[in-house]
Design a protein around this ligand. Structure first.
Ligand code: T5A
Length: 212
């Protein structure tokens, strides 16, 4: 039987990676075979694209159109080389960001026509549509407080998209909530401003209902 495809989405610092890893641990403890992937990246080609997108590795400004296509290219590779083979072999797949990120960030954030973003996503993902999308919703200011603490603790630097102005990130958040309204059967909006354990518990409830 084909596995289930679960994606985590949300604004910066909403706790996607934390919760995706916690979910992975819970599923494995319950005996599921699970694949974890992240975007952009997850394949050698995707990781090379990630370096360009996150840290300007090509050494020149990236135009908006190129940005969209690079995210889509990373995704196309991940879907065909990693996600679809895992799902078809019956594994569950947990992905930290997926196509909705392009609709939210490039569509709503950068003001590209959303329908155009959806068409590009469709081309990139083939039939790898998520069964469940957990939208970790958090106020932009709280997400950035968390990232500020993390950057200070790990001496890491702000990446290209994190450096975008506040209005951009507010647009992204609004875009995500709009997508959740558009596809209520697939999206679950989780208030990610709460304690990590409370958020984890709610997510676990959604996933258990999906897996039966
Ligand atoms: N992007 C990506 C696009 O523009 N278009 C696309 O199509 C795609 C796929 C990727 C960037 O690319 C953009 C979006 C992004 O800007 P990334 O480095 O992969 O960037 O990072 P993000 O996915 O953005 O992840 P973040 O770094 O924003 O963080 P997460 O994963 O949301 O949060 P997490 O779990 O790392 O937590 C952040 C900090 O908060 C703490 C954690 O311990 C950590 O220190 N935390 C909490 N603290 C208190 N309470 C809670 N409930 C907490 N949950 C986590």
């Amino acid at each position: 039987m084909r596995g289930k495809f679960i994606t985590f989405e949300g604004p910066e610092g909403s706790g996607k990676t934390t919760q995706a890893r916690r979910l992975l641990a819970r599923l494995e403890k319950d005996g599921y075979s699970v694949l974890y992937a992240r975007e952009p990246g997850g394949t050698p080609t995707g990781e090379a694209i990630r370096e360009i997108l996150q840290y300007d590795k090509a050494g020149e400004p990236i135009c908006r159109e190129t940005e969209v296509l690079l995210f889509a290219a990373s995704r196309a590779q991940l879907v065909r080389h990693v996600i679809l083979p895992a799902l078809e072999s019956g594994r569950q797949v947990v992905c930290d960001r997926f196509a909705d990120s392009t609709t939210a960030y490039q569509g709503f954030g950068r003001n590209f026509p959303v329908e155009q973003m959806l068409a590009i996503n469709e081309f990139a993902i083939n039939d790898a549509n998520p069964d469940l999308t957990l939208l970790l919703d958090v106020e932009v200011s709280l997400g950035f407080e968390r990232l500020t603490r993390r950057h200070a603790a790990t001496a890491s630097t702000w990446d290209r998209i994190e450096r975008e102005e506040r209005a951009f990130h507010e647009q992204v958040r609004r875009g995500y909530l709009e997508l959740a309204r558009r596809w209520p059967e697939r999206f679950r909006v989780v208030d990610a401003g709460r304690d990590m354990d409370v958020v984890e518990q709610e997510i676990w409830g959604h996933v258990r209902r999906l897996l039966g």
